[in-house]
Design a protein around this ligand. Sequence first.
Ligand code: SF4
Length: 416
Amino acid sequence: MRRLRLLSLAVLALGLLGGWLLRAEEPLDLREHLHEVAPGESFTWHKSPYGHFRSEEGTVVFNTHQVAPQVRGWAGPIETLVALSPQGKITGIKILRHRETPNYVRGMLRREFLKQFLGKDINDPLQVGLDIDGVSRATVSVQALAEGVRVASRRMAGEVLGLEVRAGEEARALAWLRLSALAGLFLYALAGFWLLRRHPRWQRLRDASLLLGLLVLGLWQASPMSVLHVLNLLLLRVSAEPLLWVLLLGVALTVLVSAGRLYCGWLCPFGAVAEFVARLLPGRAWPIERTEEERLRRLKYPLLWLAALAVLLTGRTEFALYEVYVGLFSFSANPALWALVALSVLLNPWAWRLWCRWLCPVGAALALLSRNDPDRYPSSPLCPMGNAPRPEGAECIRCMRCYTPKRPMISRSNEG
Ligand code: SF4
């Protein structure tokens, strides 16, 4: 494991340094897109108070990110070109650039979706769920898009067009509900872990946590932990989305408290699917030689390194899109990813949690942070990871089936 950790650090350093040297982001040329949001008008550039174009007819065109830079999605700003009429109505809109995970935001990029902004007044709510329809599985990104358009348009209307802006009450209740549900989920898992250490038979606590993880992180919020969240931060694509920070802090807390992959064993929605399928469908675990199994388990590290290196060097998140939970819970994947999702789910009765054991990049990243503790976690015949006796800490997801509170009183020379 020490070697894997060193190699991982080397890959990270290489990716960051190489990316810094090689990656240069093309500046956006707004002029190229003016005809798409305000056809037939000719514009002149104005620098203040925010950079914008203005036509003889009085239409102003601006990039929302330049006017409201504080508004961000999961992975930084969603730069959107908006045309505003002298009366304060949106007459054109085009998304110029974003770094959101492509699977989640396909619907948001469609022309039909963006059409609903046209004709809206700056004093309209411009809020998802009120006068803007959301996109299933992309709530956070769509909210960031709508907020960017709303805030930037109102600023431009007030400060450039001299219009009266009556800012209405913003609907925050749903955002708070989502945030509270996510924080509550992590608190429940941590409390359950603490209780299960004292009462190892209360396994239903973990089942309930997995079910809640599936419902909240998977089906409702479509926001399972992804390596892209961390890679985006390393690329300085900082998000202002509270949900992301609660997720990252929650996962970090589970590693600190359990010194292991508590997230995988208690919260991961894909882990929940894998485990429930393995329990519901009849099947007998394939006999796999221990050395073969060890080799397969090592696979997840080079896969993680390759993905991280490619993303850090190129800045393109598509290179990490082999995460099955992203495909499954965004309901959007290419045929190869759907095939991987199907195999990873359906083969579980014969190879328990095969995705988590062999391929998962989040599992690999958390495994690198796990502590080896085979005395407390010696494994059991019911181990959901199919661990052999005295497994590596990296392969234990803290299901607590084998938890031994006190170190056994046998000396090492008597073991095995
Ligand atoms: S080693 Fe023990 S605690 Fe870890 S996953 Fe297996 S049975 Fe659960």
